[in-house]
Write a protein that binds this ligand. Sequence first.
Ligand SMILES: Cc1cc2nc3c(=O)[nH]c(=O)nc-3n(C[C@H](O)[C@H](O)[C@H](O)COP(=O)(O)OP(=O)(O)OC[C@H]3O[C@@H](n4cnc5c(N)ncnc54)[C@H](O)[C@@H]3O)c2cc1C
Length: 318
Amino acid sequence: MDKVSSFINKNVGDIYLKEPLSKHSSWRIGGPVDVLVEPYTVEQILETLQYADLMKIPTVVIGNGTNLLFSDEGFRGIIIKMGKNFSKYTIKGKRACAEAGIWTPKFAKILSDNGLSGLEHAIGIPGTLGGLVFMNGGSGGKCIGDIVKKIWVIDKNYNLISFSKSECDFSYRKSVFQDSNYIICKIELECETREEENIKFEMRNILDNRKNKFPLNYPNCGSVFLSNPVVNDTFAPPGKLIEEAGLKGYQVGGAQISEKHANFIVNLGNATAKDVISIVQYVRKIVYQRYGLYLESEIKYVGEMGDLKSLHEVGIIE
Ligand SMILES: Cc1cc2nc3c(=O)[nH]c(=O)nc-3n(C[C@H](O)[C@H](O)[C@H](O)COP(=O)(O)OP(=O)(O)OC[C@H]3O[C@@H](n4cnc5c(N)ncnc54)[C@H](O)[C@@H]3O)c2cc1C
């Protein structure tokens, strides 16, 4: 990619060329990206966006890659990774503000150290706060949107604008940011005060519970399918439907439906994106035949040209 040579001398953060995306996905899957940049400031993000626009290079923003499947071919463009370089925070009373790249469990712990409650449910969610807001992630019936006060994003005209909670349009695993190209930069949360000991007790229970339930010994991307199916007017967890369909342990190449939790697909060592996509398509077909509903995935797929879609929308690649 010739266009890159003038980019690498710019002051846009830490730059990596031909970086394997498998290093940036918790599934440990993905070919090389032409350029990966880890910015420190909003100005550096703007500079990257303006350069990419000028040179007509596609960009994709990621956090910790715990809800993403990258193509086996990688990505012919620039990944802007919002991570540890972009993770400053401040706390004033019940208001906590953090940059998007902060590690969610770390921030949950910082809040607990300050006797602030609201993020206990996210102590075991291994991504960035920006990724959590984008996905409106959470656990135990709670989600990050519950305590959001304000979000600052870069819009498509390179302006830093803010969204109030109601403008974020949060619903189950949905936010307004999934329908836009905005880059989430800063998040303000409105917490409650609570005894530090009680917060920590709850967090320890959540972590113990997750350790018992989830197949954390193999690379994975958390729950693959959204927990919203209804069968005979009753909520039917996708893991249960997949298990009842006899698909636990179903394997394609190096990818397998976890023996421990049927809503997880694990990488046994050499899984490809194609293997995972094949499993997702097969599960959808079998569950549809049995229950008459198509499961949808909360995981996002990044194609070779930077197209971002939900994993269930990706066809089998021959
Ligand atoms: C073991 C395990 C357990 C998990 N448990 C849970 C759980 O209990 N609940 C839950 O909700 N999720 C869970 N997840 C999924 C995942 O951790 C969360 O969705 C997480 O919040 C994603 O954050 P991330 O930084 O990894 O985002 P990424 O995976 O990097 O990105 C996810 C999406 O957000 C976009 N994005 C990321 N950062 C930004 C930004 N700053 N601006 C704009 N767009 C951005 C990306 O383009 C992508 O579309 C789990 C994952 C694993 C591996």
